[in-house]
Structures are given as C-alpha cells and as structure tokens.
Design a protein around this ligand. Structure first.
Ligand code: GTP
Length: 335
C-alpha cells in the first residue's frame, strides 16, 4: 500500500483503527461484485497477476489460487493483451490513476473465447524499491450498457432507413400527383389547366420583354372516323403517335398541350408568325408523312392589343376552323 492512500483513508474514518480498516478493505476485496486485481510489471512490458478478488476469478471461471501468479499473457488472447498492456504501461509511466473502457476478450475454463466491454480504473503503486511497477485495478463489466447502446444505434439506423424509404415513396407519390395534375394521361403532354398557367406566364413574359409569341392550334382531321371504324383504343393510339410526330418538330422550349378531344395547342415563345408558319407546316408535313392521319392548323402571333392569352387562342381556333373549311390537311394564319 502506498502510504499516501492509507493516510487519506484513516482521515476518512477517524474512529476506526488501522487494523479495522484493513478488515474493511479485506471485506470489500472479498465481496465487491466487480473485479479487483493487482498486477506487477516484472519484465519490461510483461505483467504478472499478484492478487485478484473472487469476482475477478469468477469471470475466468477459475479460482483465485489458480490464477494468482499467472502471467497476464497466459490469461488473455494476444490481441486483447496488447491493448490492455498499453493502458498499463501508460498508467505506470504517468504515475497517476487512469480510466479506460475497452472490449476485452478472454478464455473461460472451457477454453471458449468470451467477450465483454469493461470500464477500468487503474491506480499505480510503488513496489518495495519505490519503483512504480504495481497496478491496482477495478474493472466493471459494462457490456450490457454497450449492447443497449448498440441496439439503440441499430434501431435508430433502421428507423432512419425506414423514414428515408417512406420519404422517397411520398416524394414519388407527390411527383406522380403533380404530374397527374398537369399532364394529359393519354398523350402525356400538358393538360388544359397547365396550358392556361403556362400560357399566362408566357403572355406576361412576351409583354414585359416585348418578344414574339406564336400560337398554333391543331385538330386531327375526321378523327371521329378512326373511333368508329377501328375502335376507341385505335383512336387513342393515333393521338399518341400524333404527339410523337409533333414533338419531333418542336423545340424543347415550346409548349405542347391538349386543348380537349383531338385538339392540341403549341405555344412557341420567341417565335414570329413567319417562323411559326415554317414550324407549323413542318408539323403538318410530319404527320402526313407518318401516314396515320392528317391535321389542320390555325396560327397566330400575340398582338399588342390582345388583352390575354385567351384572345390569341380564340384567333388561332378561328384560323383552324377556316382551315377545316378549306378542305383540311392545311395551315392558315389568322387574319
Ligand atoms: N379515341 C379517342 N377519341 C377521342 C378522345 N377525345 C375525343 N375523342 C373523339 O374525337 C372525336 C373528335 O371529333 P371532332 O373533332 O368533332 O371531329 P372530327 O371527326 O375530328 O372531324 P373534323 O375535326 O371536322 O376533321 C370525337 O368523336 C370524340 O369522341 C380520346 O381521348 N380518344
């Protein structure tokens, strides 16, 4: 015992004799439920067990007598011993108590490798020669604490994974809902509601920046006959094919929408009537070339006096009707 600690202990218990205190320490040593031990560094870096309490022996499923005097390297697997030894040497070098938590593996009586997490307090003590070579240690098994923490972490990770998956699902649903709210389900072009919204925005942009904006309205010629002669499904496929042909002509920045039935609208930002005419004619020719159906088209450019997009749309619709009257499969510019 280091005199310094004994003096402190006696001061704590002024009415108790040194003898009784030794008794008290003996009782603690024998009954304390956590491991207590003393080891000595006998060869540089090699520690021998010089004392251990019954709680420590129980962990190894051996007796105190059996373990006393044993080299630590014989009690612990090499990798565990390497870690523990480092703490021991650091404590002796520092000459002051240290605490650490470490996963410790050991072999039980049956030679089975066991594992646990231990919180250890080491106190360095001087030997007879006054050299710090002895360590007194108390180790508490905190494996359950760690396992609870690991379980909690695993639970949290699982929870986070589920939340992420659910969020992804919700986002996908939201995307589908947003698309459904703006898209025509058959042709996948914008629906009329979205056309109104985008049309208004383009109208305002064209006004503010005084740029051209053209409107093309088109309708499949005698579409009713497709349904009547080949069925509704065939009619649907004609519309899907038509959109493919129209898209092949339009730019990405152009807006294509279903106005209703077999009637579609293309808004061409930054495009004059003359240029839009070329585009519309290409649309008509592409559809004709595909050979499934033909289309009639009405075209107009946004005018200074147009109070809203609806006015331009109505004018394009008038031109479309006139194109129908002229015999279909043709294109007219609104007057
Ligand atoms: N298959 C199919 N038919 C549709 C759809 N929407 C509207 N129709 C049909 O399209 C036809 C539109 O006919 P109209 O535009 O009035 O006339 P049309 O036969 O095209 O003749 P014109 O326009 O005068 O050349 C109607 O018979 C509608 O029932 C659809 O989504 N799928």
């Amino acid at each position: 015992m280091n005199g310094q600690y004994a003096t402190q202990l006696l001061q704590q218990f002024p009415d108790v004799t040194a003898d009784r205190l030794m008794d008290l320490f003996g009782a603690v040593w024998a009954y304390f439920p956590e491991s207590m031990f003393m080891v000595r560094e006998e060869v540089e870096g090699e520690f021998r067990v010089i004392a251990l309490n019954p709680a420590q022996a129980r962990i190894f499923e051996r007796t105190v007598a059996d373990m006393k005097g044993e080299w630590l390297s014989n009690l612990l697997p090499a990798d565990t011993y390497a870690v523990i030894r480092k703490h021991y040497q650091q404590c002796l070098a520092a000459r002051e108590p240290v605490r650490y938590e470490e996963q410790v593996d050991y072999e039980d009586a049956a030679g089975e490798r066991q594992s646990g997490v231990w919180s250890t307090l080491l106190v360095p003590l001087r030997d007879q020669e006054g050299r710090f070579s002895i360590l007194f240690g108390i180790s508490q098994n905190i494996t359950n604490l760690y396992e609870a923490q690991w379980a909690l972490e695993r639970q949290n990770q699982e929870l986070e994974r589920r939340v992420a998956a659910r969020t992804e699902e919700l986002e996908a649903t939201n995307r589908r809902l947003a698309e459904a709210a703006t898209q025509d389900p058959l042709t996948l072009v914008y629906n009329r509601r979205k056309l109104n919204e985008l049309g208004q925005a383009e109208f305002e942009r064209a006004r503010r920046h005084q740029t051209a904006l053209s409107v093309i309205m088109l309708d499949v010629d005698e579409f009713k006959a497709f349904n009547e002669n080949h069925g509704h499904h065939f009619g649907d496929q004609v519309l899907v094919g038509l959109i493919k042909d129209l898209r092949s002509v339009l730019r990405k920045s152009d807006i294509l929408a279903r106005f209703g039935g077999d009637e579609f609208v293309a808004l061409l930002p930054h495009t004059t009537e003359t240029n839009a005419y070329t585009v519309a004619e290409k649309m008509r020719a592409a559809v004709e070339q595909a050979g499934q159906c033909s289309i009639s088209l009405g075209l107009t450019e946004l005018r200074v006096n147009d109070a809203s997009m609806a006015v331009a749309l109505e004018r394009a619709d008038g031109a479309l009707r006139a194109a129908k009257q002229q015999g279909r499969n043709c294109l007219l510019i609104a007057t």
